[in-house]
Design a protein around this ligand. Sequence first.
Ligand SMILES: NC(=O)c1ccc[n+]([C@@H]2O[C@H](COP(=O)([O-])OP(=O)(O)OC[C@H]3O[C@@H](n4cnc5c(N)ncnc54)[C@H](O)[C@@H]3O)[C@@H](O)[C@H]2O)c1
Length: 322
Amino acid sequence: MKVLITGVAGFVGSNLAQRLLVRNHTVIGIDNLNYGFLRNIEEFKAHPQFQFIMGDIANPLILKEVKADIIVHLASQKIPRYTNALRTLEENYLMLRNVVHKCLMDKSKILFASTSDVYGKNPKIPFNENSDMVMGPTTVRRWAYALSKMYGEQYIIANREEYDLTYTITRFFGSYGPHQNLTWWGGPQSVFIERAFKNEPIDIHGDGMQTRTFTYVDDTVMALVNCIENNKSDNEIFNTGSVSNSEITIKDLATLIWKLVNGPNAEPKLNFIPYSNFGNYEDVMRRVPDITKLRTTFNFEPQWDLERGLTETIKWQKPFIK
Ligand SMILES: NC(=O)c1ccc[n+]([C@@H]2O[C@H](COP(=O)([O-])OP(=O)(O)OC[C@H]3O[C@@H](n4cnc5c(N)ncnc54)[C@H](O)[C@@H]3O)[C@@H](O)[C@H]2O)c1
């Protein structure tokens, strides 16, 4: 197949491109390198079935000259913890509108990267694809990201109803691994690994009792490959995460990383930062996926437990520690 990936130089995009090339697909990748890195695509940039285009997906002209069977739309602004909410809302909409129009014109399928954040504060754990989305007030800017993805999902489904767009929506739950962004943009594990190597206290937001489930990127990518190669994914939404029993508190994640880096007897240095330091911010206290649909549709089973995945990630991240 010919697959176009937006955000190819980012974390998920570069891992996905690499896997698709191994599976003999042709890949066109676009990225403006705002949050991605050329080093992420270095290994396969010269591959004869790969083409890289540097450009902004918010500009409709960038998609004009390319055509693919499927567009995997990964390029995105994320939670505006340190960036700005207006950019999250505007850029995510503009990019998606351009990609959807392109898909309709060329009769390509869209695979849209959504997020577990769309379930928001729903207390009913685990979340399945039909669970309610419980958002906080619009005055809290962190919800701008979840709202932009919810809007994106609705926009795609409305285009299915009106114009017969073919889609798959994947809601990622905390993916991590090689090529992850080394700042908070890449998730807490990136920063925790760096602090542990430097023997500096790990900053934990709140009391650290908030939980997440983390998915090693190989599992995230394998789920995406299933959705790309198999038309059972057409017009469906999939939680894309790890097994429910991998739920871990952020405090325990920090401790685990500290011990994997500094040895099993090392005492972790943790620095708790009250949420009030971030101004008008709200966190999600638990986030656990039900991946029954992914399992039953594709016979998919995550292969990586957290300790093995983190060990691999730490090995990859070590040379970047200054
Ligand atoms: N990584 C996760 O755990 C996670 C969790 C939930 C959802 N997601 C979603 O998955 C997708 C991929 O996430 P990621 O972690 O790989 O993010 P990432 O930031 O590493 O990669 C996104 C890439 O898109 C590029 N990009 C952003 N805006 C662009 C624009 N206007 N034009 C061209 N390129 C642009 C960035 O430079 C970056 O390389 C995103 O849509 C994200 O919202 C990721």
